[in-house]
Design a protein around this ligand. Structure first.
Ligand SMILES: [Zn+2]
Length: 348
């Protein structure tokens, strides 16, 4: 009897991660073994499609399965994209041929198997939902993923909320209350999308860079060692995490501010969706050593205290705020499980 396998392929600007699940929803590839190869996305879609096939093949080899065993493939990529995986201009996919490229449809042609599409934030959030509640249909989970930008996702009673066209749950572009974050007379930060005051303009690597540069102008920071550091591909902003973990007060202050802004975003989301849980994921929350753990506790502590102060009492009392459980491979695991969910729904 042939196996029933669901592949998950998480395609990013630099690499592709792959894994597989079965009918029961067990992840079949151990955390240390999962497939990871380069995506070559900056060279355009054709080479990346071949890399996706190669990643799928590697995952199948690891579990001793064949393409014929694959019932459905779940693909996720950085957004924005339509419901059917037609990509809009993405800052992470740096080649003109990606614009308006129907990546789901094209991958289906290359693999000869059914492919479904999700954006990477939704796939990762679905993994978090499944990790906590399995196939349960009662819970509501909202996720914020902190990276270069600020990703958002909403899983409502076991279903990814995509919106009518695929652009729903873009929490990074919800406007935050300026009077709580910007001193009177100061400029409101501008988001990568061009609008003022989006959550992403306060909570993201891009925001960190902006607020760092502002802070370094202040008289009390004139002797800060960052002034001596060359800035290559955001290296100064990226170095702030280590500095904060090591107790640098300036760096810590910048992250405290981001945590406060994230707490204010959660207040808005609580009023819209009244979820059971908020999940915070992304690079900031990943470290395992003592200093990283202390940093994460402080960050989440400020998110929680801001939320408790500003949200309605019922929300403050009942909504959990937790860090993500699986980080780097949440996307491919979520994609595999979403392929399984789709197959069950349509009877593949
Ligand atoms: Zn925006």
């Amino acid at each position: 009897m042939s196996k029933r396998i669901f592949l998950g392929l998480d395609m990013g600007g630099t690499d592709i991660k792959g894994t597989a699940t079965n009918d029961a929803g067990d992840i079949l590839i151990a955390d240390d073994d999962w497939t990871k190869i380069e995506s070559f996305a900056s060279q355009g879609p054709q080479i990346t499609l071949q890399q996706l096939k190669k990643a799928g093949q590697q995952a199948l080899d690891l579990i001793g399965a064949q393409w014929e065993d694959v019932v459905c493939v779940g693909l996720d990529t950085p957004g924005p994209a339509s419901l059917d995986g037609e990509l809009s201009q993405s800052p992470n996919l740096n080649h003109p041929e990606w614009n308006d490229f129907g990546v789901r449809e094209e991958l289906e042609k290359v693999l000869g198997r059914p492919v479904i599409y999700n954006n990477d934030g939704n796939a990762a959030a679905y993994w978090e939902y499944f990790r906590l509640y399995k196939d349960g249909k009662e819970k509501i989970l909202a996720a914020a993923i902190l990276g270069t930008g600020l990703g958002g996702a909403l899983i409502h009673k076991g279903e990814v909320v995509t919106g009518a066209r695929g652009f729903g749950a873009e929490f990074g572009h919800i406007r935050l209350p300026t009077h709580k974050l910007v001193p009177a007379g100061q400029p409101v930060p501008v988001c990568g999308c061009g609008k003022e005051g989006c959550a992403e303009a306060y909570v993201s690597l891009t925001a960190l860079k902006y607020h760092m540069e502002q802070g370094l102008q202040l008289p009390e920071n004139q002797d800060h060692p960052l002034h001596q550091m060359e800035d290559v591909e955001n290296s100064r902003a990226k170095s702030l995490l280590k500095s904060a973990q090591n107790g640098d007060a300036f760096a810590q202050g910048l992250f405290d501010f981001q945590a406060k802004a994230l707490g204010l975003l959660f207040v808005q989301l609580a009023n819209c969706f009244d979820p059971h849980i908020f999940i915070v994921g992304g690079g900031l929350t990943e470290g395992k050593d003592e200093n990283s753990k202390k940093f994460i506790d402080r960050f989440i502590g400020i998110v929680k205290s801001t939320f408790e102060e500003e949200a309605f009492e019922q929300s403050a009392k009942n909504i959990q705020i937790e860090i993500a459980g699986a980080q780097d491979h949440a996307g491919c695991q979520g994609s595999a499980l979403l392929a399984r969910q789709h197959a069950n729904k349509v009877g593949l």
